[in-house]
Each structure stands twice: as structure tokens, then as C-alpha cells.
Design a protein around this ligand. Structure first.
Ligand SMILES: Cc1cc2nc3c(=O)[nH]c(=O)nc-3n(C[C@H](O)[C@H](O)[C@H](O)COP(=O)(O)OP(=O)(O)OC[C@H]3O[C@@H](n4cnc5c(N)ncnc54)[C@H](O)[C@@H]3O)c2cc1C
Length: 388
């Protein structure tokens, strides 16, 4: 027999957990599913912008109050392959915090809010019935478990579960145009980090170094599949291959030692052409929009989209919106919020990867506000949220 819930959220990362907390606090029965076991390391630069901090606080998760001591960052340093560099003051103080801790804090808050969390769950199929409710089939160990829900939210990051497609036309365009990247991350000790995020350009992409507290730094990279195939399979090999094309990065890596067990990777990563808020049901976070990590903070997009989606989903579950209104309201609000942001991020990404990037340090000296402007232009605006 199938278990009945109000809403099933697929993916218990930052976006899914946040949506789950908000809907559970509105009184809905929420089931949050993830195929992984937590805590787990996640491919992420773990650079938390001021907007992300603000939104986490809004949903009741404040790492500082929970005894975590994140690192702080006030500047960005960009180092080109020729060794030239550009420095920018960040528009506000950012935090460096491990996703291992952050996602666990989100789960604790979700459980406190009454969310039913199930991990190590494989979603095998989703169907929609005539009354527009959903049937979700899962595999949990050796058992097949089926749920029925009035609403479903896709928060499974960049890899859609088998059988779930984005709108066909968009998907074909994206596949044709998009370059394929590989994302990697590892924690290191022994690398002394200032209160800044460092970005090193190298063949096929970039590598970021940022402190995450307790003397640990996060090293994360987004590199083209081509360049990775030339360097080897392990995260360490891939980082060495990247460092081979930026000598300052190479010196920096030589100072440290990788922390065993923290290496993770994700592939294929395709940057979005357009936001895709709806396909069969609403999507949030990376499942809705994969922004170039250099040019935008994915965690804040995941949180902001979870807020927009939870508000309309709550109205749908209370019968204040029809199914079609649920779809159109979320689609319109998400596109309004994220389309321009993605557009600006893609321009910055293009400039950063073009041959013109060699003149960026010079331009930065001629127009001292330019680096800060570029950083700011790819961030969401301040929210000024208050809980009603
Ligand atoms: C190299 C790199 C560096 C980055 N650096 C930063 C940064 O410094 N700052 C920043 O803000 N953002 C950064 N990002 C982006 C950021 O990590 C993401 O935008 C953010 O994690 C998106 O959150 P999410 O909840 O949508 O997805 P995720 O956090 O990826 O969570 C998705 C969850 O869904 C689960 N899942 C997947 N498939 C299924 C399935 N079929 N069934 C059930 N569960 C499933 C996964 O196990 C995962 O737990 C970076 C990304 C990359 C690739």
C-alpha cells in the first residue's frame, strides 16, 4: 500500500531541505528524500555569500549560534595564468563553511520542524494521476516503497533522476550548446589562508581556494571535461593537472596536504541556458538553474528559489491556487527573479574565459570599482526578509 503525504521533495541538499522546513512549518506533511547518506561531503566551494547567510537565518538556521566557527572572507583575489592578479572587496562579509556541517544543520532543523527525512532512497519512477496528484516509486535497500503526494518538488541538483526530462526544446538546445564541465572539491590543511577567496584561472577552467574554519581550506574547481581527461581520474590528479597551467596555484597547493575522505566530484556539469522552473512539477536550486560557480552563488539561488516555490506550493496545498496557477505563478516568479541574474553571470563568465581576461588586472587598476562591480552584478539583491 502506498503512503500518503502532502508533498514529496526529491533531494535533501540546501534547496530541498530549506523548502521542506518552510512547508512543514506551514503545517504540511513533508517527506524529504535523498539517495545519499548524511553527513556527506559535497562538491561546492563552500563560499557563503551574505545573502545566503540572511536566507538561512530566515529559515531558522544560524551556523554561528549552532557552535560552528566558519571562516570569514572580505576580499576576492583573482590570479590569471600569466601570474597577474586582480583584487576586489566583496560586497559584504562572506563565510566559509563546510557543506558536511551545513547540510546536517539543515536536516536537524527540518526534523525539528516535523519533516520526515529518508536517505539512501532511489527514486525509480514518478507518475501523475488524473487528479494531478503524484505517485513516487522508490527503492530503499531491497524494498520497493511507493508514496502518493499532492505536490512534488524537484531539488535533486544537476542530475535529473532517470525518466525525468526538462522541456524538450530547451534540453536539446542546452545539450547542443553547452560545454561539459567537471566539478571537484577537496579539503586541505597546511595552506595559510587570509580572509579572502582566491580564484586561479587555468587551462579549461578555474580553481578556488577559500578558508572553511579550523585551519582547513576548501579547494574546489570547475574544469572542462576535455582538460580533466588529459590529467587523470582522481581529484588530486585533476588538481595537479590544473596547477600545471598556473604556477602560482602550483606553489599554493604544494604548501598543503589533502584531507582524506573529503574528495568529491560531479560530472557532467552543464551550465544553464535559461532557468527551468517547471517541468512536470516545480524545480528549485541547481535542478532549476545551474549558474557558473565563479559568477554566482548557487547556494543563495537554491535558498531563494526554495522560498518562492514554498510560498506558492503552500497556497496550492491549501486550495488557494489551482494546479495551473501553481505552475504559472512559480514559473513567472522564478523567471523574473533569475533570468537577468543568469544573463549577467554568463557575460562575466565569457569575459573571464576570453583572451581579453589578460587585460582585466589593468582595467581593474584604471577603474578601481570595476572588480567589485563585477562581483556584485552576479549576486542576488539583498532580501530584507522578515518572518511574518
Ligand atoms: C565546483 C563547484 C563549486 C561551487 N562553489 C560554490 C560556492 O562556493 N558557493 C555557492 O553558493 N555555490 C557553489 N556551487 C553551487 C552549489 O554547490 C549549488 O548551487 C548548491 O549546492 C545547489 O543546491 P541544491 O539543493 O539545488 O542541490 P544539491 O546541494 O546538489 O543537493 C541535491 C541533493 O539531491 C540528491 N539527489 C540527487 N539525485 C537524486 C535522486 N535521483 N533522488 C534523490 N536524491 C537525489 C543529492 O544526493 C543531493 O544531496 C558550486 C558548485 C560547483 C559544481
Amino acid at each position: 500500500m502506498e503512503a500518503q503525504v502532502d508533498v514529496v521533495i526529491m533531494g535533501a541538499g540546501i534547496g530541498g531541505s530549506s523548502a521542506a522546513i518552510q512547508l512543514a512549518e506551514k503545517g504540511h506533511h513533508v517527506l524529504l528524500l535523498d539517495r545519499q547518506e548524511f553527513p556527506r561531503h559535497k562538491t561546492c566551494g563552500e563560499f557563503m555569500s551574505p545573502e545566503t547567510k540572511e536566507m538561512l537565518k530566515f529559515i531558522g538556521v544560524d551556523p554561528l549560534q549552532l557552535g560552528i566557527k566558519p571562516a570569514t572572507m572580505n576580499r576576492a583575489r583573482i590570479v590569471l595564468q600569466n601570474g597577474k592578479e586582480m583584487e576586489a572587496r566583496l560586497p559584504g562579509q562572506a563565510l566559509g563553511i563546510s557543506r558536511y556541517d551545513l547540510d546536517l544543520m539543515l536536516h536537524a532543523k527540518a526534523q525539528e520542524s516535523g519533516v520526515d527525512i529518508k536517505t539512501k532512497v532511489m527514486i525509480t519512477n514518478i507518475e501523475q494521476l488524473e487528479d494531478q496528484s503524484y505517485v513516487i516509486e522508490t527503492k530503499q535497500g531491497q524494498s520497493l516503497v511507493t508514496y502518493r503526494a499532492k505536490a512534488v518538488i524537484g531539488a535533486y541538483g544537476i542530475r535529473k533522476p532517470r525518466g525525468i526530462h526538462s522541456a524538450q526544446e530547451t534540453e536539446q538546445t542546452a545539450l547542443k550548446n553547452a560545454e561539459v564541465f567537471v566539478g571537484i572539491k577537496s579539503h586541505y590543511t597546511g595552506i595559510q589562508a587570509e580572509d579572502e577567496v582566491e580564484l586561479y584561472f587555468c587551462d579549461g577552467g578555474y580553481v578556488g581556494i577559500s578558508p572553511v574554519g579550523n585551519g582547513v581550506v576548501n579547494i574546489a574547481a570547475l574544469l572542462s571535461l576535455d582538460s580533466v581527461q588529459r590529467s587523470g581520474k582522481s581529484v588530486k590528479d585533476i588538481l595537479s593537472g590544473a596547477a600545471f597551467t598556473n604556477s602560482r596555484l602550483s606553489h599554493r597547493l604544494a604548501e598543503g596536504v589533502a584531507v582524506e575522505g573529503t574528495q568529491v566530484s560531479i560530472s557532467p556539469v552543464r551550465l544553464s541556458e535559461v532557468p527551468e522552473p517547471w517541468s512536470f512539477f516545480p524545480h528549485i536550486g541547481d535542478a532549476m538553474l545551474m549558474i557558473p560557480p565563479l559568477c554566482g552563488d548557487g547556494m543563495s539561488i537554491a535558498l531563494r528559489s526554495s522560498m518562492i516555490c514554498s510560498a506558492v506550493t503552500d497556497q496550492y496545498l491549501h486550495g488557494k491556487l489551482t494546479y495551473l496557477e501553481w505552475e504559472s505563478h512559480y514559473t513567472m516568479n522564478a523567471k523574473r527573479e533569475f533570468t537577468d541574474l543568469l544573463h549577467r553571470a554568463k557575460i562575466v563568465q565569457k569575459v573571464a574565459f576570453s583572451k581579453a581576461n589578460r587585460v582585466l588586472p589593468l582595467m581593474g587598476r584604471m577603474f578601481p570599482m570595476l572588480p567589485s562591480y563585477l562581483v556584485k552584478s552576479t549576486r542576488l539583491s539583498e532580501m530584507g526578509v522578515s518572518k511574518s
